[in-house]
Design a protein around this ligand. Structure first.
Ligand SMILES: Cc1cc2nc3c(=O)[nH]c(=O)nc-3n(C[C@H](O)[C@H](O)[C@H](O)COP(=O)(O)OP(=O)(O)OC[C@H]3O[C@@H](n4cnc5c(N)ncnc54)[C@H](O)[C@@H]3O)c2cc1C
Length: 431
């Protein structure tokens, strides 16, 4: 039976056969069904890489146990369906934090490996895959591969950022990072334009472990003006607080019947958000508001209305192209939430990792035909600049552009499980 399964953007719509996987030894009917299979974690991706329309999804939420933990060295071994939220509730009281975390803690460990997620510390810590020690990969032929940098190293590299196509990751061993307490020394600085954004990064990246910006893409007063946020883990041993994040505190019960976000409301919101801040503010804050402000509101994506939203995230190597993306994004419709971050230039952890030097810009648009038709203009700017789009956030880039952004994509082919596929993969490899 086909059931509707959503990604976080609620676009595109997709129906699949849903197969819950609740234990590592559970039999999976790989040879009993004439469909392809794809693991599905928390569905927090904003594109179709977690969808397998008209085929089967292996739902990993029940695969959520902690298998082993070394409280002295911070090595954690856990089943791949466990969420970052559950890991933090376990590890923070013991003085350990995730080495890399995305902007939501409601992602699964397996999903974080398959998309090789990045966080506000990419400039110094790389992606999540850089901190994965090993994992077990279950293939549809019944074989199981232990993968690490030393054992089945090519499978290790293909599976990190491998979009769930190499098999089902059953458990993962990851190196956590030590923290003194659960407080962050944070600073928020208002900046006037893209040049100030670059200048703030230049003075911050070797002193601050975390740095990210919110940008106002609709202001006529300064291109890309915004709020620059930087911070470090608090080192004060007198502070004993080790509290995991809690919440969400507000829930949006149902999908709004229409999108509340349009150019007019966004312009007002952005201007108030920008101007309400002091020019510079330092504070010691808990982990949740620093890393996960959006997690405060459950199902925040419901405000985009019944047709959902589209996120566009590009990695852009040159300042000129960053300007062009910001200018052009206003024509697409005005992004509700624009996030900018300077990325590091570490060698990628995975074959198809979204990584590399440059600035990443994430833009959120309510779904509209106009946005769908104009977003390719942004894709072309990125292609011309030699950058790439993030597959975890994409439901519409052309196959030609995907192959341009990831010219090494064919190297993944020998590692793809013959019974696995996804809506994303079929789309970007079709024409
Ligand atoms: C509010 C918000 C903020 C975000 N911020 C960031 C950010 O800052 N940085 C960033 O990088 N991303 C960010 N994301 C995207 C999100 O972190 C990634 O899409 C993440 O991979 C989602 O994990 P998931 O468990 O929901 O995986 P899903 O979306 O369910 O699946 C993602 C991929 O993982 C594969 N997969 C899942 N489990 C397994 C498994 N056990 N074995 C093999 N493959 C598996 C799936 O097949 C799919 O290809 C954000 C998303 C949201 C909603």
């Amino acid at each position: 039976m086909l059931t509707e399964v959503h990604n976080w953007a609620r676009f595109p719509r997709s129906r699949s056969i849903v197969i819950p996987v609740n234990s590592r030894n559970q039999e999976i009917p790989f040879n009993k069904m004439d469909v392809s299979f794809l693991p599905h974690g928390m569905g927090r991706s904003l594109g179709d890489s977690c969808l397998n329309d008209s085929n089967a999804l292996l739902m990993t939420r029940g695969l959520n146990r902690i298998i082993a933990f070394d409280p002295l060295g911070g090595r954690l071994v856990a089943e791949a369906g466990i969420t970052f939220d559950a890991i933090l509730r376990f590890s923070i009281p013991q003085g350990w934090f995730l080495p890399v975390t995305p902007g939501t803690r409601f992602v699964s460990l397996g999903g974080a490996v398959a998309n090789d997620v990045h966080g506000k510390n990419h400039h110094c810590a790389g992606t999540f895959g850089h901190h994965v020690v090993r994992f077990e990969l279950r293939r549809s032929d019944g074989s199981r591969l232990l993968c690490s940098a030393d054992e089945n190293a090519d499978w290790f590299r293909a599976t990190i950022g491998g979009l769930g196509l190499t098999g089902l990751t059953e458990w993962v061993e990851v190196q956590l990072k030590p923290i003194t307490n659960s407080c962050m020394d944070s600073e928020i600085i208002r900046y006037r334009d893209v040049d100030e954004f670059y200048a703030l990064n230049a003075e911050s990246l070797d002193k601050y472990e975390y740095a990210v910006s919110w940008a106002d893409t609709l202001s006529s007063k300064g291109l890309g003006r915004g709020l620059f946020m930087r911070g470090n883990h608090n080192q004060d041993s007198e502070r004993k607080t080790r509290k995991a994040p809690t919440g969400p505190y507000i829930n949006i019960p149902g999908i709004f019947p229409f999108s509340l976000l349009n150019r007019g409301t966004l312009k007002i919101f952005n201007s108030v958000f920008y101007n309400a801040r002091p020019a510079r503010k330092t504070a010691v804050v808990p982990i949740r508001p620093f890393f996960y402000p959006l997690d405060m509101i459950g199902a925040h994506h419901h405000i985009y209305g019944p047709r959902g939203m589209m996120q566009w995230q590009g990695l852009i190597p040159s300042r000129e192209a960053v300007r062009e993306v910001l200018t052009t994004s206003a024509d697409v419709g005005g992004s509700f939430l624009t996030v900018m971050k300077v990325m590091g230039d570490q060698p990628p952890a995975g074959l198809l990792s979204f990584s590399g030097a440059g600035v990443t810009i994430a833009l959120d648009f309510p779904y509209s035909r106009h946005a769908l038709e104009t977003l390719p203009r942004l894709d072309e700017i990125v292609a011309a600049a030699g950058g790439r789009l993030y597959p975890a956030k994409d439901a519409r880039m052309s196959g030609a552009n995907f192959r341009k952004y990831f010219p090494q994509w064919q190297e993944l082919l020998p590692f793809i499980d013959p019974r696995f596929s996804s809506s994303f993969w079929r789309r970007v490899t079709a024409t």
